[in-house]
Design a protein around this ligand. Structure first.
Ligand code: NAP
Length: 462
């Protein structure tokens, strides 16, 4: 295979190399995965679990090495990369546990009219078989592990296609599993351009499940070509945060100054739209501005840096232009927005028309769009006004308004008194509307990576 240099988005330095797969490699990998799936589903769950626990211990041991790889190829600060890498072992352990909990249920068949006590019915869960996992660049460890660890725990084989820009983290994580004793063919990493390899991976009838995280555009394409197979799609968003007039402004602005800018805003659950009750707008902006201006951006490897680069310069230019366009459409740039190569100063854009592209389209950059609302009804209407529905946050001290918000906001995850940028690896995680189909979160993924079978034993009357 041809090798490709993987470069730092910060300074272009080569941080490693990865072999580039061809269409013939895709075919060979799926063939191997078919044998891998057969072997692995016939391996008892306690043996699978023991191998995963060993992989988790290796991921713990190699956490610093993995953090350096993440920061090197992705450009996020080492502080953030260490946080991400340190969750690896825990996700694998969670998967090892959940993968050993494939309980079924007994069916009360005699409650069916005309059926006696001679039959016995129950359900059982089995691995789907070959899983294709396709992951994005923004959390190269976390989003890979949320797919492969539960898939392997329940007995599937996996062909993983990580983002073109961040294959090294995926390769390092896969090594934890193979070094732990995962048999050959059960987990394979294919590096290469999604636009060329994607259809071959997704259309293949030997593949029984596609687990995709990425943009809504790519997810839409995948769902149009995949054919009849299980599909999980974790897609884009424009997450809203509503700040009601009784909110604790200091607390809300602390949370927003984190939630809008972590990972340079390249997070599907990043705060993009902030909908503030007009009565508290001035105080809200006064409190938020210094907190956003205090975020240290720069060299990802420096201990001072909180927020690193965007994934590449063309993405940084796209975000810079979106901010400029919002301003020329009538919004005000309160702070930030300047670009230095792949780094953008955290920005607050106020007076944003909620119908404009800056609010409606996913930004995936370090800026928030602030708009005003008059009361909860208008605020929830605006929160629900995009095609997306992944995460949302509401700040209020009033429990009635909190409950109303939780019920009425169209999002897969609603946070009361925090922003959407929060995740526990065990919780169900996924979007509504154009933000996706299906749920991740280890227990949910175990469900999505298995099939439920119904078994009926037909005895004779005695
Ligand atoms: P992307 O461009 O859609 O790419 C995601 C993955 O799909 C990459 O591995 C990419 O490969 C591959 N791909 C590209 N074209 C394909 C095709 N035709 N068929 C199959 N696979 C193909 O997304 P991204 O820019 O990496 O990530 C950012 C997006 O991910 C944002 O929209 C963000 O909201 C979303 N995201 C969602 C969640 C969630 O949980 N909902 C979490 C994280 C990110 P290449 O890299 O080789 O192009």
């Amino acid at each position: 295979m041809n090798m490709e240099d993987i470069k730092s988005p910060f300074d272009g330095a080569v941080v490693g190399e990865a072999p580039v797969a061809t269409l013939a490699d895709v075919d060979a990998a799926i063939s191997k995965a078919v044998s891998g799936a057969d072997l692995w589903r016939h391996t008892p769950a306690h043996i699978r679990s023991a191998i995963l626990l060993k992989a988790a211990a290796l991921a713990d041991e190699r956490s610093e090495e993995i953090a350096q790889i993440i920061s090197g190829e992705n450009g996020k600060s080492l502080i953030e990369a260490r946080g991400e890498a340190s969750r690896s072992g825990e996700i694998i352990r969670l998967a090892a546990f959940e993968g050993s909990q494939l309980y079924g249920s007994t069916l009360p068949l005699d409650a069916n009219k005309g059926t006696g006590l001679e039959k016995l019915g129950f359900t059982m869960r089995q691995p789907v078989g070959v899983v294709v996992a396709i992951s994005p660049f923004n959390y190269p460890a976390l989003l890979v592990l949320h797919k492969i660890a539960p898939a392997l725990a329940v007995g599937n084989s996996v062909v993983l296609k990580p983002a073109r820009t961040t294959p090294l983290t995926a390769i390092a994580l896969a090594k934890c599993f193979t070094d732990a004793g995962l048999p050959e063919g059960v987990l394979q990493v294919l590096h290469g351009p999604g636009s060329e390899l994607g259809d071959a991976l997704v259309k293949d009838s030997r593949v029984r499940k596609i687990s995709f995280t990425g943009s809504t555009a790519t997810g839409t394409h995948i769902s149009s070509v995949a054919g009849v197979k299980k599909l999980s799609l974790e897609l884009g968003s424009s997450c809203p945060v509503v700040v009601l007039d009784d909110a604790d402004i200091e607390y809300a602005t602390d949370a927003i100054a984190l939630g809008g800018y972590i990972n340079a805003g390249q997070v599907c659950i990043s705060v993009q739209r902030v909908i503030v009750d007009e009565k508290i707008m001035a105080n809200f902006l006064d409190a938020l501005k210094p907190k956003v201006e205090a975020i240290k951006v720069g060299n990802p490897k420096s201990d001072e840096t909180k927020v690193g680069t965007l994934i590449n310069e063309s993405e940084a230019i796209r975000v810079e232009n979106s901010i400029k366009q919002a301003v020329s459409d009538g919004a005000t740039l309160l702070t930030g927005g300047a670009r230095d190569k792949t780094i953008i100063k955290p920005a607050i854009v106020c007076g944003v028309d909620p119908k404009s592209a800056f609010a409606q389209d996913e930004l995936f950059g370090p800026a928030i769009a602030v708009s005003s609302a008059n009361g909860i009804k208008e605020a929830i209407g605006l929160a629900n006004s995009t095609i997306y529905g992944l995460g949302a946050g509401v700040f209020t001290k009033n429990v009635d308004l909190a409950i109303q918000s939780a019920r009425e906001i169209d999002a897969g995850i609603v946070h009361i008194n925090w922003t959407p940028l929060w995740r526990a690896d065990l919780m169900p995680y996924g979007g509504l509307k154009s933000s996706g189909v299906g749920k991740e979160g280890v227990r949910s993924t175990v469900n999505e990576m298995t099939e439920e079978k119904t078994i009926i034993l037909h005895g004779r009357s005695w």
